[in-house]
Design a protein around this ligand. Structure first.
Ligand code: ZN
Length: 72
């Protein structure tokens, strides 16, 4: 499996994270989201690996746009 970069710091030190709790497990499974954990900035994020990197990249943009609102 191809490992993604961290959407926050672009680090490649990402690891698969465990789903926490029943709600997260069910929701992520239904949405085909995989939880990851960044080894550099220690943040968690979710990516769609199942449907390809393109959708994952779109989600990453949406996810990060909330914090870096300087774009557009
Ligand atoms: Zn990071």
């Amino acid at each position: 499996m191809e490992m993604p970069c961290c959407p926050h710091c672009q680090s490649e030190l990402v690891r698969r994270s465990k789903r926490r709790g029943f709600v997260e497990r069910v929701c992520l499974t239904l949405l085909f989201l995989k939880p990851f954990h960044c080894g550099d900035c220690k943040r968690r994020f979710f990516l769609w690996l199942r449907v390809g990197a393109r959708l994952g990249a779109i989600y990453t943009r949406l996810f990060t746009s909330a914090e870096s609102s300087s774009q557009n």
